[in-house]
Design a protein around this ligand. Structure first.
Ligand SMILES: [Zn+2]
Length: 327
């Protein structure tokens, strides 16, 4: 979003300074073939370009009407797309006219932020896509600002059906020409409102030769009970092979037992300081080497590095398999 602030300080809505509590957004489009912002926003700030008729809305009553929106989306003089905020969001605007529920329920004075998308001749897909995305991003921004959801967004014609806006067709005379409706608009806003949850880190502590460990299990690898005095001491790992670890000397060097224990029954007390050269990924159903390489290495085509590091004889992997991933 390319959001700029340019308040209509001459407009009666701005001057009234009447505040509202924002509870929704009303989306409009202008209904006239004037895609440039300077038709509505002025005077020129150096980016908008000159409106030689000076018929912008920064007057008390634009065109003799009570009218003010909170923002316009359209083209700058250089052809790029921008959003110009023209009224503080929490100041009451005038953009929905009067609906069947009466003046007091109008979206104008009932907590709605109204913004206009400048229409062109409604045939330019490139322009449409750009302003559509800009409008989605503006709504995402406003939803976050006012703790709204996509369900709080209506267009003018929907407002009319609800009795809170006058009988205008915007934006539904335009959006469907390019395969969009307000439901797709809301869905697009919703998608951007969802905060992506970071993937669970799959690195895990790996016990290595030389680590000082504590035994958390009660049986040796073969199934015999581990006596309490062994469990009460810390031991150095002599060697480790998959889930079978052999512990040897105790922390104080008093005992040497060379006993096999389950690697999963060990907790690291002090890891030997070695340069970690890989992480561990535990394969889950549906994983492929390509996807794992893409996830960790940023490039699926690097999967042969994983094959090599793990001495894989084929590209077949199985759930639960622990793969070393190069760092
Ligand atoms: Zn409208």
């Amino acid at each position: 979003m390319n959001l700029k602030q340019y308040y209509f300080t001459e407009n009666n809505c701005f001057k009234s300074g009447k505040q509202h509590t924002v509870k929704g957004i009303l989306v409009h489009s202008t209904g006239a073939n004037n895609p440039t912002l300077n038709r509505y926003v002025g005077p020129d700030d150096g980016l908008l370009g000159l409106n030689k008729y000076s018929n912008h809305w920064n007057t008390a009553t634009p065109g003799g009407h009570e009218a003010c929106v909170h923002a316009f989306i359209g083209k700058l003089a250089d052809g790029s797309i921008a959003t110009y905020q023209t009224l503080p969001w929490d100041i009451v605007g005038w953009h929905s006219g009067s609906g069947s529920l009466g003046y007091s329920r109008n979206a104008n004075n009932n907590g709605y932020i109204g913004f206009e998308i400048c229409e062109d001749d409604l045939t330019d897909v490139d322009y449409f896509n750009k302003v559509y995305i800009e409008a989605v991003e503006l709504c995402v921004y406003l939803c976050k600002l006012y703790s709204l959801t996509e369900q709080n967004i209506l267009c003018h014609s929907e407002g009319h059906k609800l009795g809170i806006a006058s009988n205008h067709g915007d934006v539904m005379h335009w959006f469907p020409k390019f395969g969009k409706v307000m439901d797709t608009f809301r869905a697009d806003v919703k998608e951007k409102l969802i905060i992506p949850t970071p993937a669970e880190p799959t690195t895990e502590i790996v016990i290595k030769d030389g680590d000082l460990v504590k035994i958390t299990g009660s049986e040796y690898y073969g199934g015999k009970n581990i006596p309490d005095w062994v469990k009460n001491l810390n031991w150095y790992v002599h060697s480790i092979n998959s889930d079978r670890a052999v512990i040897d000397k105790d922390e104080n060097g008093k005992y040497a037992i060379m006993s096999p224990v389950n690697a999963s029954d060990l907790a690291v007390v002090t890891a030997t300081i070695t340069e970690e050269t890989y992480r561990i990924h535990t394969v889950v159903h549906g994983d492929t080497l390509w996807e794992i390489a893409l996830k960790y290495l940023g490039d699926g085509s690097r999967y042969p590095e994983i094959v090599r590091l793990n001495d894989l004889k084929s590209n077949v992997i199985y759930s639960g398999q622990k793969l070393k991933i190069p760092k």
